[in-house]
Design a protein around this ligand. Structure first.
Ligand code: HH2
Length: 376
């Protein structure tokens, strides 16, 4: 058996699921086959991060390795076959189904480095509340963001700013569903729904969204994970200490980066065990969500440490109030462009891949320049 537990997120999930999958398979040859298949999926998953010799040493005992490793392409095909096979025999075995989902798409990660344009259909968002409450204005705004270079649109109907009051389910649905339905007809740009409610996520996915962006990472309404999995949608797991009403009261951490990483690791286990595909899972440190200025700065400085989870990092610094705490000036949110660009540039350098921004045109320029400098 391969040492699956060596992989930070995937390994732990596979270990948990595998034990259950094995327990549900009675005959020995099938167990051996699964063991080989799991070894294979692991090899393929780690392909880009392990030297070939390391891989060979690790799974040297596997006959399959010697029989079938020919080319990288061969590995990829094998894992696709594995996923198909696991799905086919998943039937009554939820653990197998979840295992198949966890393996699926390991090698098909698209270019994850993208700009996510913010579309707030709310009366009270901290920076643009009330501007796009009317659905047709929200749609026009979103289409303008696409023209400016947004690769994703993040539509939200509930403000998560500090002390924000929760929005009733009906009201949130009323705000976001028409906007998503209209956008899905008018643009191919993938749409994420920024919500913590499973019912809103379900309606948004049915209306044409393909990603769920949950600032509570499935803590506030755990059913959101199953809804996301059932739609085979993407999931952004964000870190937040407490909830928006209480989060800024007295945020406390031991080592903020280590604590956020561990929290996200655990939330990712839960998301994967619910059947969300690994290749569709993104993490986000949640800048400003239950964090002091120092916590935010430390997270941005050491963002690269989150890469130990092996998942794309989403970063939301746009127009946030930590910028005014640094400058000492209470500038209105739409004037915090310089601070946003500076924080984005450092974020990009430290490995952030999906940048959630309000000012797409300007931030596209900032991100492209930051990338050009940080990549040799
Ligand atoms: N920040 C906000 C909302 N959603 N989602 C992710 N993944 N990351 C973030 O940093 C993030 C988020 C807050 O910004 P905004 O949507 O502009 O404000 P409000 O919550 O007041 O609507």
């Amino acid at each position: 058996m391969s040492d699956l537990a060596r992989d930070p997120v995937f390994g732990e999930v596979a270990r948990r699921l595998q034990a259950r999958a094995f327990a549900s398979i009675q005959n020995e040859p099938a167990r051996d086959e699964l063991a080989d298949a799991v070894t294979w999926a692991y090899v393929a998953f780690r392909r880009e991060r392990l030297e070939r010799d390391e891989v060979a040493a690790m799974v040297g005992h596997s006959g399959l390795f010697h029989r079938e490793v020919r080319t990288d392409r061969g590995e990829e095909q094998h894992v696709h076959a594995l996923v198909r096979g696991l799905r086919a025999c998943a039937g009554d075995h939820p653990a197998l189904a979840a295992l198949a989902a966890a393996y699926a798409g390991y090698s098909t990660a698209p270019d994850e480095r993208r700009l996510m344009g913010v579309v707030n259909v709310t009366p009270d968002s901290f920076s643009d509340g009330g501007n796009y409450l009317d659905p047709s204005r929200a749609v026009e705004h979103a289409l303008r963001l696409v023209e400016e270079g947004a690769d994703l649109l993040d539509v939200g109907g509930e403000s998560t700013r500090p002390h924000a009051e929760p929005v009733a389910l009906d009201e949130e649905l009323r705000r976001v569903v028409p906007v998503i339905a209209a956008l899905a007809k008018r643009t191919q740009t993938p749409i994420s729904i920024d919500t913590t409610k499973s019912e809103v996520a379900r309606a948004a996915l049915d209306a044409g969204a393909s990603i769920v962006n949950d600032v509570s990472a499935g803590r506030l309404d755990p059913a959101i994970l199953a809804v996301t999995a059932a739609h085979r949608a993407g999931f952004v797991a964000m870190h937040m200490q407490g909830d928006p009403r209480t989060m800024q009261a007295a945020p406390q951490y031991g080592d903020v980066v280590a604590d956020v990483t561990e929290h996200l690791r655990e939330r990712c286990y839960v998301a994967l065990e619910a059947g969300i595909e690994r290749s569709k899972l993104w993490i986000d440190p949640g800048i400003g969500f239950g964090k002091t200025l120092e916590h935010n700065l430390e997270l941005l400085r050491r963002l690269a440490e989150l890469r130990s989870l092996g998942l794309p990092i989403v970063l939301g610094v746009s127009r946030k109030s930590f910028i005014t705490k640094i400058t000492g000036r209470e500038t209105p949110p739409e004037q915090r462009i310089g601070g946003t660009a500076a924080a984005l540039a450092i974020g990009v350098q430290n490995g952030a891949e999906i940048l959630r921004v309000h000012d797409v045109a300007v931030m596209r320029e900032a991100v492209l320049v930051a990338r050009a400098i940080s990549e040799r």
